[in-house]
Design a protein around this ligand. Structure first.
Ligand code: FAD
Length: 486
């Protein structure tokens, strides 16, 4: 039996991100992954939204991903392109980057942090008691850990073995998805009812082509064949464009389900293990990565005993509503993609609405993840929201807020009068930085806001407290989020 503080089942995007967060906090973590490497059968996520890029920027690794993808100024929803170039973020775009590249780059970072990955190894089950979780893995090995996190995808064994309900909707629609060659030049672009054809290599254009086609009836069992794809192409375009040589052909559906609880004792769920929904709006991978960033520092602080175990109880109330909102907006997107005339009229109406500034900003901020606000009570508009990446001047010279978060440690940023608060009881966990910020601060949707004198920023970049350093709430917030004074 090998002991670790945390075992992560699944080394997809969510498991990798969580492992990186835990390793940064010095936690002994291991990933158990069924696959031999990060290769994927078929294309999955095609891009990163603003908040995910920001989260990577908070760790100093955004550039690795940006240099491997292409930026686009718009997020897509229900067939409409929503321009976000006016959003107040350094990453006011979508990054087109296939999931296989994303996973490869992220795994590189996790490798640099020294996280062991048990590859071609499968979690078979677990047993938990008050003190630990024993995790059975293939190869007759067994692991013992303080916590087990199921990042093992939509069919999560961890979720099922924990007996966590997965309520939601069965599939009402299915889509065929394939990577193929075509003898004739196809019609490139999205279709009104969703899906369409595009070059796999977006920068170079030409074949091979990625094809996504809505099916006439729900198919959620057998793998589709090339003949099925020919028929679907003929149905949609009146030609099959001489399709041949598929690299792969697959299918996805609009099944929408969410775990009733993200935690059961020493077992937690994140990513697709906690929520599955159709890919409309491209939010699945992004939501999983952000689950991981919300959970990582909390789990680290509980494991190293900085915080009581109850800190983990904040994970579900913060992340479940975010997942629920994704399920909700993808359900709406599927409804809007019905091919009949009435739904076409509804799409037109929606497109008209989304052409107006306020609806555009509201829906695009939701899809990009920039408007997420955890309910930390009433207070300053920044409370519970992501801290914007402001330019600041410190004693060490000019820097920006995200650079101060690279080590994933809590930050008390004082932008007002120097001094005025004794951080020493928390100084082993919270870094206090005196800084100056010239200029304003804007949030997507809300617009310009008045900057508070100081902000307490959690390692995930969300604001835990905002106000004046004399505010008696500050010591309370420090204790709530980062543990009591020793
Ligand atoms: C067609 C399609 C298009 C998509 N497009 C987008 C998009 O544009 N944008 C977006 O954000 N998302 C998109 N998604 C969703 C995205 O792919 C998923 O949300 C994302 O992969 C979830 O990551 P994860 O790490 O939570 O789970 P997964 O990627 O499913 O990873 C789970 C990992 O666990 C491993 N595993 C499973 N069981 C075990 C076990 N018992 N023991 C050990 N290892 C195990 C698996 O091998 C896998 O590596 C799309 C998905 C599909 C299918």
């Amino acid at each position: 039996m090998t002991e670790h503080a945390v075992v992560i089942a699944g080394g997809g995007p969510t498991g990798l991100m969580l492992a990186g967060e835990l390793a940064l906090a010095g936690i002994d973590v291991v990933i158990v992954e069924r696959r031999a490497n990060q290769d994927l059968d078929g294309s999955r996520a095609g891009g990163l939204h603003s908040r995910t890029i920001e989260v990577l920027d908070q760790r100093g690794i955004a550039e690795r991903f940006l240099s491997a993808g292409q930026v686009h100024p718009s997020v897509g929803y229900a067939g409409t392109a929503l321009d976000i170039s006016d959003f107040p973020t350094r990453h006011n775009y979508v990054l087109a980057l296939w999931q296989s590249h994303f996973e490869r780059i992220l795994a590189g970072w996790v490798g640099e942090l020294g996280v062991p990955i048990l590859r071609e190894c499968e979690v078979l089950g677990f047993a938990q008691d008050d003190g630990a979780v024993e995790v059975a893995v293939s190869g007759a090995t067994s692991l013992r850990a303080e916590y087990l996190v199921g990042c093992d995808g939509g069919r999560s064994l961890i979720r099922k073995a924990a007996g966590i309900d997965f309520p939601g909707l069965d599939a009402s629609t299915s889509w065929m998805i394939a990577e193929v060659e075509m003898d004739e030049e196809p019609e490139i672009g999205t279709r009104p009812e969703g899906g369409g054809i595009g070059p796999v290599n977006r920068a170079e254009g030409g074949g091979p082509f990625g094809v996504v086609l809505r099916e006439r009836q729900v198919e959620d069992t057998d793998e589709p064949t090339l003949q099925d794809l020919r028929e679907a192409l003929n149905g949609a375009y009146g030609t099959d464009y001489g399709v041949h040589s598929p690299t792969w052909i697959s299918r996805f559906t609009d099944m929408s389900r969410q775990a009733a609880s993200y935690r059961k004792g020493r077992v937690l769920l994140a990513g697709d293990a906690a929520h599955v929904h159709p890919p409309q709006g491209g939010q699945g991978l992004n939501t999983g990565v952000q689950d991981a960033v919300n959970l990582g520092w909390k789990l680290a602080q509980v494991v190293d005993k900085t915080s009581p175990e109850s800190l983990l109880d904040t994970y579900h109330p913060e992340r479940h509503p975010v997942g629920a909102r994704v399920l909700h907006n993808t359900m709406a997107a599927v409804a809007l993609s019905q091919p009949d005339d009435r739904h076409a009229a509804l799409r037109d109406t929606m497109t008209e609405l989304l052409g107006m500034d306020e609806p555009r900003r509201s829906i695009a901020a939701m899809l990009s993840g920039l408007d997420i606000r955890y309910d930390l009570g009433a207070g300053h508009p920044l409370l519970g929201r992501r801290m914007p990446d402001l330019d600041v001047h410190t004693a060490d010279g000019p820097t920006r807020v995200f650079a101060l978060l690279h080590d994933a440690r809590p930050l008390l940023l004082n932008l007002g009068e120097t001094g005025g608060f004794d951080i020493s009881p928390w100084a082993d966990r919270v870094r206090m930085v005196e800084a100056r910020h010239d200029g304003g601060c804007a949030l997507p949707v809300l617009g310009e806001i008045a900057m508070p004198a100081a902000v307490l920023i959690r390692p995930d970049g969300h604001v835990a407290w905002a106000g004046d350093l004399t505010d008696p709430e500050l010591p309370r917030a420090l204790t709530t989020w980062f543990g009591a004074r020793p």
